[in-house]
Design a binder for this molecule. Structure first.
Ligand code: SF4
Ligand code: SF4
Length: 405
């Protein structure tokens, strides 16, 4: 068992009603049975369960992500109470770094919220899907009004108060990558966490290669931009291509605690059907390690990396793509035994970055490189001492390292 992120659903309702929302609009309506907010009385139990887990499975970094629904709907005092009590974890596990972040739709950000985030060093990721047109296409409130203007107001305030802007952006191919990239950089984003939309094989709406072309356009803009923001999706692929990524999985393993204490698998799997993420385990009765005894836990913690479909196992870029995220592999007919719905797109963007890498490594570095074919060059790059490359070509390569959230 290996997870190092705990997603705390501090609020189970949301002030928005985004059409693609996996909590409310992708086939799972179990949120209706949840209390609206996580009670403060749950904090000591959550901390005890984390301590029990870390005793058995030590982690270098352990992240708490405040999430929802919309986490800014809960009382502001909750965050200070949680983080003060969680300080005992640092005393017990001095070698572990404990991080806090929050994923918010940004609509409610104001001076007071900025002060709370700053005081408790909670890193905010604000959802913004590109331009007003792209954003308001999906991210609407319960009266169908777009949320863009409020989000931009919140982001400007965070830039002023915290000094940076970090956005989470679901890729939207209805807008060109150029329009999206330009917009996100125009609003001074320092960190853009682009996400592929959460579709399964039963709901996938795109034409073949549409996302691949979009990603290539995005990559070319990004790599040509001297002031490029960190884009974990592209940084991560580049690291994997250069052989400097240690991760075996396409997505980080995380566990979710619902507002009533239920322990669940990640939200994106809600798109696989009603109640799919449910474990019938709760922090008041179960330790985290018990989840691996369940078929869902086994699938999530063991099979998701080791049991890829035949096509993925035979794929030349499997070490980079890693088979895609679980939700993208799902089909009602045969579960997760499929390549990603974005398979063709991933092959396109990975080959594109590989070619770009070959251009970036000057042939003078080693004359023999000019005689190699693409696969041999990637193998060659993987064997190189990266510290040497980074020293020699620091300027070109400095942006490849993924910065922690
Ligand atoms: S803001 Fe997030 S939780 Fe709320 S409706 Fe939109 S996607 Fe769902
Ligand atoms: S999803 Fe496609 S690109 Fe990714 S590993 Fe599987 S076969 Fe390869």
């Amino acid at each position: 068992m290996d997870f190092n992120r705990l997603v705390l659903k501090v609020a189970s309702r949301c002030n928005l009603n985004c059409s693609y929302c996996f909590m409310y609009n992708l086939g799972d309506s179990t949120f209706r049975n949840q209390p609206k907010f996580m009670k403060e009385s749950m904090i000591p139990t959550i901390i005890e369960r984390v301590a029990n887990y870390l005793k058995e499975y030590p982690q270098e970094v352990f992240t708490f992500t405040f999430h929802g629904g919309e986490p800014l709907l809960i009382d502001k005092s909750y965050f200070g109470k949680f983080i003060s009590q969680a300080a005992t974890l640092k005393e017990q596990f001095p070698d572990t770094t404990f991080d806090y972040n929050i994923q918010t739709n940004g609509v409610l950000i104001d001076e007071d919220w900025a002060a709370v985030l700053k005081k408790w060093r909670i890193f905010p990721g604000v959802s913004l899907d590109g331009t007003k047109k792209a954003h308001d296409m999906y991210r609407v409130d319960h009266k169908e009004n777009g949320s863009y203007d409020d989000v931009i107001k919140g982001l400007k305030l965070l830039k002023r108060k915290l000094g940076f802007v970090s956005v989470i952006s679901v890729m939207n191919i209805d807008e060109t990558a150029e329009t999206t990239y330009k917009h996100l950089t125009d609003i001074s984003s320092d960190y853009v966490n682009f996400l592929l939309p959460d579709y399964t094989h039963d709901s996938f709406p795109y034409e073949s290669k549409a996302m691949g072309n979009w990603l290539i356009e995005l990559y070319d803009l990004w790599i040509a931009d001297a002031n490029r923001p960190v884009i974990p999706f592209l940084n991560g692929l580049t690291n994997a291509i250069l052989g400097s990524s240690k991760s075996k999985r396409h997505e980080a393993h995380a566990l979710v605690i619902e507002t009533n204490g239920d322990i669940e698998a990640i939200d994106s799997l809600k798109g696989c059907g009603e109640g799919f993420t449910k474990t019938n385990m709760n922090i008041f009765t179960h330790d985290f390690k018990e989840i691996v005894k369940l078929p869902l836990g086994k699938l999530y913690f063991e099979d998701s990396t080791e049991k890829l479909c035949t096509k993925c196992l035979e794929c030349p870029v499997v070490d980079i793509c890693k088979g895609g995220r679980l939700v993208h592999r799902h089909k009602q007919e045969n579960g997760f035994n499929n390549p990603s719905v974005y398979c063709e797109d991933m092959i396109m963007i990975i080959s594109h970055i590989q070619n770009k890498m070959m251009e970036l490594v000057p042939s003078m570095y080693d004359d023999s490189i000019s005689k190699m074919d693409a696969t041999e060059i990637i193998d060659y790059l993987n064997q190189l001492d990266m510290s040497d490359i980074e020293e020699t070509y620091k300027k070109d390569l400095e942006f490849f390292s993924v910065q922690p959230v």
